[in-house]
Design a protein around this ligand. Structure first.
Ligand code: ATP
Ligand code: MG
Length: 357
């Protein structure tokens, strides 16, 4: 059993100081706009990823006028309890687990994963390749430290390589340097491609099952990795591209150009799917992700931020049915009336009001 038992947030978004004690299963926060529902689940998410799902800068998370924010969570983890504290004071961000401060963020990542369902999820389908890579990187990076490591190394090598390409003069190109950096980049790219490949393949399998369930078996979808280079042609492509790299003054190949394509009925979803189909596909990807994490015995909690307001009761039920009842879930909604009775009965409800925090 893994769940967030208590949460204390200080100077986070609109909250000055607030404490919560959660239900091990479902928790519903309801209330009007701007009462702090999203901020609350955002704080929970921050304990997992050490950053917001909104792509906000850390300074924006600090309550206006305050010098720092602090999020403290007490987790029930099997027989024991873990205390995780995340703080940021405009210069320093720290994450501490059981009083021990992590040397860096990646040392902490992976303790637990928040799977969040939010209205912004459509980016997974309609977003740029970069947005989709971010999704893969964040989730795969959480569960595979070798992947995260390769990603960081390749970013560093790429930065140096691109800096050099920007300044390289036509007649005085340092090919020895370029060859070394190409070799190093290929080495990391190989790891990244192989790991993205198997992750997306596994996620695709789980997503397809979930999508069939959501659409009552009437539609089929798929998620396909579209890499810029394969493990086998990396070396060849790097060689072929060298003169182009010099001309363009940047590296024009590799995993920073990968894409993930989503299809419904063999058509690319971004151009073809209806709004509702896209929403269902996004939810299927998230449910798929959750199942994949479960299979790997990774601790997860779920966040459904404002998702229900857009779904009819039938779809709400279909989604909740696919979520393991034992799993801790945080649901936000402006309209408690739109949540089905059984869910309400089995959940802990929180009526949120402005200024109560
Ligand atoms: N750094 C900050 N300092 C102070 N207040 C903030 C900060 N960041 C956001 N807020 C405010 O916190 C309030 C709550 O926002 P939040 O997104 O949690 O509302 P919500 O309950 O999810 O609303 P909705 O139903 O519209 O989604 C907003 O009024 C917002 O402007
Ligand atoms: Mg909100």
């Amino acid at each position: 059993m893994f769940y967030l038992e208590k949460l204390e947030i200080t100077n986070f978004r609109g909250y000055q100081n607030a404490q919560f004690e959660f239900n091990p299963q479902q928790n519903i926060f309801y209330g009007n706009n701007a009462v702090g529902k999203t901020s609350l689940v955002e704080a929970i998410y921050c304990l997992s990823f050490t950053k917001s799902f909104k792509n906000s800068r850390d300074r924006d998370l600090i309550r206006v006028g305050a010098p720092f924010y602090r999020i403290k969570g007490t987790f029930v983890n099997g027989e024991s309890r873990d205390e995780v504290v995340l703080t940021y004071d405009m210069t320093d961000k720290r994450i501490t687990k059981n009083q021990k401060t992590a040397k860096n963020i990646s040392e902490y990542l992976g303790y637990f994963v928040c799977v969040d369902f939010s209205p912004d999820d459509l980016d997974l389908i309609k977003g740029s390749p970069q947005t989709k890579r971010k999704f893969i990187d964040a989730n795969l990076g959480q569960i595979d430290s070798e992947y995260l490591n390769a990603l960081m190394k390749s970013r560093k090598i790429l930065k140096e390589r691109n800096e050099y390409l920007k300044t390289a003069e036509e007649n005085k190109v340092d090919f020895a340097f370029l060859n070394v950096s190409t070799g190093l980049l290929i080495e990391q790219n190989r790891i990244i491609i192989a790991k993205r490949n198997s992750f997306i393949e596994a996620l695709n399998k789980e997503m397809q099952i979930a999508f069939r369930e959501i659409t009552n078996g009437e539609e089929c979808a798929k998620m396909v990795y579209n890499p810029n280079c394969t493990v086998d042609n990396l070396e060849k492509k790097a060689k072929e591209r060298l003169s182009h790299d010099l001309y363009m003054q940047q590296t024009t190949w590799g995993t920073t150009r990968d894409d993930v394509l989503m299809y419904i009925e063999e058509q690319e979803a971004a151009n073809y799917a209806s709004q509702g189909q896209m929403r269902s596909l996004c939810l299927a990807v998230k449910i798929g992700l959750m199942r994949l994490l479960d299979k790997k015995k990774i601790r997860t909690v779920l966040i459904l931020d404002d998702v229900f307001s857009e779904l009819d009761i039938h779809r709400q039920k279909a989604i909740l049915k696919q979520i393991n009842k034992q799993k801790q879930t945080f649901i936000t909604t402006t309209s408690i009336a739109s949540v089905d009775e059984e869910t309400k009965r089995t959940s802990k409800l929180w009526e949120m009001k402005r200024g109560e925090e």
